[in-house]
Structure formats: C-alpha cells, structure tokens
Design a protein around this ligand. Structure first.
Ligand code: SF4
Length: 312
C-alpha cells in the first residue's frame, strides 16, 4: 500500500475500529478480475497487504482481518445473489465501461461484470451496517443496497441494507501530480526505503511556473506541498508563504518534505520489518480472522437458504 492509502483509508480503518466491530477483508477474489493470468502472485500480495495494515496500526485485537477466498460462504452467497441481479444493473455501474476502456477488452469477463455482486456479498455476509467509502464508491454501495432490498422483497427480511460511512477521502496526488496509484507508477509505498522515498520525491512534479527559487510559486497546485501539509502540518503556512514569495526553492522544499515523510513513516516501516520476520504471527492473525468471519457468514448463508427454501 502507499501513502495515498495511508491518508485515505488506513487511518480511517484504525479510527473506526476503536469504537465499532469492524471486519477488514483482503479481497483476493476481486484481484482475479484483473489478475487472472497471474493468479500465483496474489498470495504474496495478500501477505504484503496485511503486513501494511498491521504496520499502519490496525490492531487485530480490536477488529477482524480476513481473506475473502478463505470464507467460501461468500462465493456461495454470490452465486445465489447473482440469480436475482439484473445484468442491466451491473452494466450501469459507472466504472464498468471506464475500466474496460482503460484496461482493454480482455478483462470483460463474467467475473468482472459480476464483481459488484461479490462486493455486495462482502458486506451482507458479515451483516455489515456501515461501509467506509469515498464519494466515488457511492454508486457501488447503492447497488449493494438495491440487491439486498430486492432479496428481502422476494424472500423476506434477511439481509442488512448497508449504509455509507462517507469518509473525507483526500485526493492524494502522486509524484507526477495525478492521483497516487500503483498502476500509474507514481506512488510512494509504505514499504519503500528512505533512499527510495528520497529519490522519488526528488523527481516529483511541482508548480511548472516555478522554475527558479525566486519565482512566485502556487503551493495549492503542488503535490510536494500536499504532502508537506499532511506530514509537516505545523510548518505548512510558512512553507506556502515562502514558496509564494520566492524565498523557498523546490529542491530545498523537496528535501525537507522527504525528511518529514520518512520520519512519519519510520515507525510503520519498522513494524513492517518486524512483521516480515514473524510470518507465523501474520498467519495466526489471518487464521483467527478467517474463522470469525466464517462463523458469521455461515449463519447468514443458512438464513438466506432457509428464506429461499433451499434447505433440502
Ligand atoms: S517551493 Fe515547494 S510548494 Fe512551492 S512549488 Fe516548489 S515544491 Fe511546490
């Protein structure tokens, strides 16, 4: 995971788990929608993601971490819900056509079209009442609510209709100024070393009108300043003033930002290293979480089958 995930999701996950019974899922089946030809890489990705979560402060004593494919009830529920979900509902999901345009027709599989159903099951199988989502995810959640409502209308009140816990997900710019994303190759990873971070920051996009130190800059348009505001908030006003007034140059500002970013990420990176050398602990956490998630999903599946009259 990267700095964008840390600011946008992980800190929110930690906060939510302080006062709620939270389930956090590694959606490895969803990963197959785009990675089906490289399925063997997913196991390593699952482990890396869980290590990032734990290192970022998610406490498995306060919430449940589990892996989607290790709760087979999710797949069975997805089959059942796919029977009642019209194809037109899936096709109108805004990201569906965009993603095919972006990634090519080879991902236009049955699984890719149907992934909002699997996403719905991720929520309803755990009786999820609230789902932390950003604005861009709202249409997906609305579809989940419609599918749950349709099921309840057909078979009786069984599924919980989830509500959005709209989080203020900041638009975190990457090193090239576009949204930070691993697929754009513009991300600073939690697992990067200090040296790699320094090198990435040195190459960062800044205000293109600020060529020399003395040129007046526009910090509000600069991704370096965004990260200064996030990781060096106490000095942000002064940095903005010195950028605008031509007292601060980009080279010096980048070095300063990289130092603050590395300092903020140091405890996360230290916990990552410790977790990497204790892989049995990560296995135990996931085994425990998978068991707990399965317990809930089994109950929900039994209720769904009973409501549908499928308990022969
Ligand atoms: S001085 Fe800093 S905030 Fe201003 S444009 Fe350069 S990098 Fe961005």
């Amino acid at each position: 995971m990267h700095v964008g995930h840390l600011l946008g999701a992980l800190r929110n996950f930690v906060r939510l788990s302080e006062n709620n019974d939270c389930f956090y899922e590694v959606a490895d089946l969803h990963a197959l929608t785009t990675k089906f030809a490289h399925s063997r890489e997913i196991a390593g990705d699952v482990r890396e993601m869980v290590i990032d979560w734990l290192a970022a402060g998610i406490d498995p004593q306060r919430c449940t971490l589990f892996v989607q494919s290790q709760v087979p009830e999710i797949s069975e529920l997805a089959t059942l819900l796919s029977m009642i979900t019209p194809v037109s509902w899936l096709e109108r999901v805004p990201t569906y056509k965009d993603q095919i345009n972006a990634l090519g027709m080879e991902i236009a599989t049955h699984g890719f079209l149907g992934y909002p159903i699997l996403q719905t099951v991720d929520i309803v199988a755990l009786r999820g009442e609230g789902v932390p989502v950003g604005q861009d995810q709202l249409p997906h959640l609305e579809l989940s609510r419609e599918i749950a409502r349709r099921f309840n209308h057909l078979y009786g009140q069984v599924l919980v209709e989830p509500e959005a816990l709209l989080s203020q997900t900041p638009y975190v710019p990457g090193t090239d100024g576009r949204k930070m994303s691993k697929s754009y190759d513009n991300a600073i990873l939690l697992s990067d070393s200090d040296e790699t971070t320094d090198a990435k920051v040195k190459m960062m996009y800044t205000d293109p009108l600020k060529i020399k130190r003395t040129d007046p800059g526009r910090p509000e348009q600069c991704p370096v300043f965004f990260l200064q505001s996030a990781f060096n908030a106490d000095n942000a006003d002064s940095i903005a003033h010195r950028c605008r007034s031509g007292q601060l140059g980009c080279v010096a500002d980048k070095a300063d930002m990289a130092a603050h970013l590395n300092a903020a990420l140091a405890p996360i990176r230290q916990r990552r290293r410790a977790l990497e050398s204790h892989s049995a602990d990560v296995d135990d956490i996931l085994n425990e979480g998978n068991k707990r998630a399965r317990g809930v999903a089994k109950e929900v599946l039994a209720e769904v089958k009973a409501a549908m009259g499928l308990l022969y």
